[in-house]
Design a protein around this ligand. Structure first.
Ligand code: G4P
Length: 291
């Protein structure tokens, strides 16, 4: 399965983001905790040079907690401040605000040395489509909708929201397009719903999920759909459809519809907390390349 294209409106979004980046001190980069590598855009590092950074591993409620912890450790070792969130849960809010403050502390220190006091650090949310940017912004700004309005030197029309006395957040996020560096990246994005389904052959995607689960989360398919995991992937899909009574008028399994259901159950966490990328696998890959 190969998915790779760059929609025209992304060029405009990228240009807009580059402009917005000039206004801010802290980049809050949202990634999908299930696919922290595929949901990033390496260009951001270059675009956001000299900015403070905070990585949010969002949708952590859908990811395998052990693996998310491993990712967090890996990024911390690279000196990036990182937290795990479920943006749909109110309880994440305080931790997020705290992380904003800690990640932006070096800027406040610098300001203090230069005699500038009480100047809020400006932050901006960036991330690929569907990673949870709007949900995250809504969560963070819910209790403090007070908009600070335009500020001197700030492009007209920009809205800043006070999240605390220390941080102002740009109300519109920057949209990044993921980099399709390998077919696996496209596949992972499709599995997590980061790419519009119109372009995706659902049955193939369902088969890919079955293949991954069979290899990495043994027993899960058997338990949920009462299938024999030793069978070939398509047969598993077929069996699952019959088990769920997802059938065509003639009584045959409707594998297309079953695939859609399976993909949806994976994406919404009904199949359990599953990660598609592991830092340990990344390291193994790097080692292989070096050899
Ligand atoms: P975007 O602005 O980056 O494009 O993403 P958006 O906030 O619209 O979120 C995309 C989908 O991901 C939404 O689901 C949203 O509810 C869900 N989401 C965001 N953050 C989290 C999270 O931390 N955990 C989980 N489980 N889901 C999250 P949707 O089905 O498109 O909309 P809705 O029916 O939930 O409103």
């Amino acid at each position: 399965m190969n998915i790779d294209w760059y929609p025209g409106h992304m060029t405009k979004a990228r240009r807009q983001m580059q402009e917005d980046l000039k206004l801010i001190d802290l980049i809050v980069e949202i990634r999908d905790a299930r696919i922290p590598e595929s949901s990033k855009n390496p260009d951001l590092m270059q675009m956001g040079q000299n900015k403070l950074r905070l990585i949010i591993l969002n949708k952590a409620d859908l990811a395998d907690p052990r693996i998310t912890e491993e990712w967090a450790e890996k990024y911390k070792k690279e000196d990036v401040y990182v937290i795990q969130t479920d943006s749909k849960a109110q309880k994440s809010r305080n931790e997020i605000l705290k992380a904003f403050e800690v990640a932006s502390a070096p800027k406040r220190e610098r300001d203090k040395k230069r005699g500038l006091r009480n100047r809020p650090v400006r932050a901006m949310i960036v991330g690929i489509p569907n990673v949870g940017k709007s949900t995250f912004i809504n969560l963070v700004t819910k209790k403090s909708q007070a908009k600070t309005g335009n500020k001197p030197g700030v492009t007209r029309g920009k809205q800043w929201i006070h999240t605390s006395s220390l941080i102002d957040l740009l109300d519109t996020p920057g949209i990044l397009w993921p980099k399709f560096e390998s077919p696996e990246v496209g596949l992972h994005l499709a599995m997590c719903g980061a790419i519009s389904d119109e372009r995706i052959p659902m049955e193939e995607l369902g088969i890919e999920i079955i293949d991954y689960l069979k290899k990495n989360y043994q027993g899960l398919l058997a338990e949920r759909y009462e299938v024999d995991e030793n069978q070939e992937n398509y047969e598993i899909l077929n069996q699952a459809a019959l088990f769920r009574k997802v059938i065509l008028p003639g009584g045959e399994a409707n594998t297309e519809r079953m695939a859609e259901m399976l993909v949806n159950e994976f994406r919404t966490g009904k199949l359990g907390r599953i990660s598609l990328e592991r830092p340990s696998a990344e390291e193994t890959k790097d080692e292989t390349v070096e050899e």
